[in-house]
Ligand binder design. Structure first.
Ligand code: NAP
Length: 318
């Protein structure tokens, strides 16, 4: 029995998570370990051996308890990257998007190591090749698209994960940039209010991501996430929230023109939340296209994955 178990585990790809202490990264580590993949976490600096009670040390200790191997390294250190990449079959990167281009050294390490069967670069948002806000986003999506071009030109096997919004972003304020909790009296509705966007929790994104890594169907494809119960327009979000509060909110309509004016009048980077609202809820960048031959809908491919709905997320805020 134990032999069978270890034989099954041997068939599972070994996974390296970069950005493992981050909010998405830690869920990727947990999902990988939970799916019995031998899991490695690249951790910066001396922190891999910290033994105090900081949140970070507790997190690293929890990784060790799950059987995760911690490896010291950073995106700036090619040798540490090669040494880490050589130990695994799959690399998943979850560093913040402002550091997207720093993945170029990682791509070089993957190329030199020559053993990687799947690379999942740090995207985890809207599809950078499909968004309709180019020129407005200060290179946010262009940097991710550039990494795609590098991956593809180096012939590295990949899967791109387009989860759209993480539920921790904008949903906690019910899409009211600047607020930290959902409004209880008055709410701004951007554009027509009928354009649908997608919110998925970090944990669910991690679980779907881990499903793809040994799946031949997702090789060199994009996985789009649009789970049922997670795709809503602003009008629908407000309706769900009003039902939970048992109260009707005053609606302030913000036209496309007014939103564009606010984006222009708000200095970067504070205007980025408004840019993302414009992209998702006015231009429809999460949902305007059908998932075509370049990709798959994750919820259809992996119907067994249990996901948290927007309504369940909002329940925690009532
Ligand atoms: N769609 C959305 O709504 C949305 C929202 C937020 C994020 N995201 C995406 O989610 C992904 C992860 O973001 P996050 O917010 O979870 O990140 P995060 O919490 O800020 O964590 C970043 C991680 O990257 C690590 N890191 C930073 N620089 C590094 C370097 N030079 N070498 C090695 N590791 C480094 C950090 O390590 P330390 O602990 O050592 O600092 C940390 O583990 C990104 O792709 C981002 O675009 C999407």
């Amino acid at each position: 029995m134990a032999e069978e178990e270890s034989a099954r585990e041997e068939e599972k790809s070994r996974v390296l998570v970069i950005g493992a202490t981050g909010r998405l990264g830690r869920e990727l580590v947990r999902a990988s370990a939970a799916a019995s993949h031998p899991t490695f976490a690249l951790v910066r600096g001396a922190s891999a051996e910290d033994d105090d009670d900081t949140e970070r040390s507790l997190l690293l200790r929890s990784f060790r308890t799950l059987g995760v191997t911690l490896i010291k390294g950073s995106l700036e250190d090619l040798q540490s990257l090669i040494a880490a990449v050589e130990k695994v079959d799959v690399v998943i990167c979850a560093v913040p998007s402002k550091q997207a281009l720093e993945q170029k050294l990682l791509i070089r390490a993957i190329k030199e190591a020559g053993c990687i069967k799947r690379f999942i670069p740090s995207e985890f948002g809207a599809d950078p090749t499909k968004v309709q806000i180019l020129g407005m986003d200060y290179g946010f999506y262009e940097r991710k698209a550039e990494i795609r071009r590098c991956v593809e030109s180096e012939g590295i096997p990949y899967t791109y994960i387009c989860c759209n919004f993480l539920a921790r972003y904008l949903l906690p304020s019910l899409v009211q940039p600047g607020l930290e909790a959902p409004p209880r009296d008055e709410i701004k509705i951007f554009g027509s209010g009928n354009v649908k966007a997608v919110f998925v929790t970090d944990r669910d994104v991690a679980n779907y991501t881990i499903c793809t890594i040994d799946d031949p169907r997702t090789l060199n494809k994009t996985l789009y996430l649009r789970p049922p119960g997670n795709v809503y327009s602003m009008n629908e979000l407000v309706e769900i929230w009003e039902k939970k509060l048992n109260k009707e909110l005053r609606k302030v309509r913000v036209s496309e023109e007014q939103l564009l004016e606010s984006i222009r009048d708000t200095p970067f980077p504070r205007n980025m939340d408004l840019v993302f609202v414009y992209s998702a809820f006015v231009k429809g960048d999460h949902t305007y296209f059908d998932v075509d031959s370049s990709g798959f809908d994750g919820t259809r491919l992996y119907p067994h994955v249990k996901h948290t709905t927007v309504s369940e997320c909002l329940d925690t805020l009532v």
